[in-house]
Design a protein around this ligand. Sequence first.
Ligand code: PLP
Length: 393
Amino acid sequence: MKETQKQGLQTTVLHEWEQLNGTSAVTAPIWQTSTFSADTPEQLVELGESTRPSEFYTRYGNPTHRQVEATVAALEGGDAALVTSSGMGAIFASVLSLLQSGDHVVAQRTHYSATAKMFRDLVPRWGIERTFVDQTRTEEFAKAIQPHTRLIYIESPSNPLLQVTDIQAVAELAKSHGITTLIDNTFASPVNQQPLKLGIDVVIHSATKYLGGHHDLTAGIVVSSQAFIEQLWDFSLMAGSILSPFDGWLLLRGLKTLGLRVEGQNRNGLALARFLQAHPKIERVNYPGLETHPQHEVARRQMKGFGGMMSMVVKGGFPAVHALITSLKFAKCAVSLGGVETVITHVAAMWGHQHSPEQRRALGIEDGLVRISVGVEDEHDLLADFEQALSRI
Ligand SMILES: *Cc1c(COP(=O)(O)O)cnc(C)c1O
């Protein structure tokens, strides 16, 4: 981990890539090529046997990837990064590169749905044991640790209930047992939360979300020590989830407004959460920035802003949710999150694919639960839209 971030976040997203520019272009050119030539066959062999060559074969990475990686590593205060073709590509490669048969992993009871399914159904097929804990209770992490525990996997705030893990406490606990910690930092973004500074070893993002920010690409990224990223790169060469150079370039372009976008989403998020919480047709709002959130104090300690993600329970279950969603003018009924447009998702309906009604209830997913990813529309338009849509219930 680097000492401190030398420069501000917006300066970093605009200029960090330039150290790998090599041209006089003011914006990054796209390295849209699958392969690179060498002067001699010997040189080509040498390149192929080196660690992380950036001009050999694009599955090994190329200059566009390296520019994205340098930018996000600087944002998180990490030594190195590896970009992948999706958030799940980053999660899968990181978890599987760390664990082997006979190991044990501690994960949370609530995670992003594909992550939860990976731990529940896939991981045991490789002879890896796992324990799921309530992330709001640090003592449950402590109790779950076994002699063969190799990894503690956390996500905070977590999908879809916006529960908060005490990151520093879990990181310290893991360190005292020599266990690697990994966090999915997608919901917070590096603008609001920098887990490496709190003692976490590996940070993952679905860059599809806030880092890209425009609902126009899928990508993932892992930030950690040089040693971990090299080990992960070696594994990911075979996992093969390499990002297309064009999407890497789009990601680099999207990153340029990260600080501006997320600050706007922090403001809109808090305003919408307060408005919804006071509304008679809403039973409950889950947003870490509200004083009523059960882990609000922990969130205040470890987050600079509370982000644009929230969920809420609409009174009246499925029919009420249907009326709300179909009446909204700006908020799109879609999956994904973290983009500039506001998006709303009916969680129980979406989770129906991967979870039985009993599993959903056990996870606290009520029928009236919707998740909102707040965009950067003007605040008064956003609130007015929710007000008119709620009046149709
Ligand atoms: C979207 C998401 C993922 C998966 O990322 P993809 O880019 O869709 O593969 C993982 N974790 C969280 C918290 C997410 O929101």
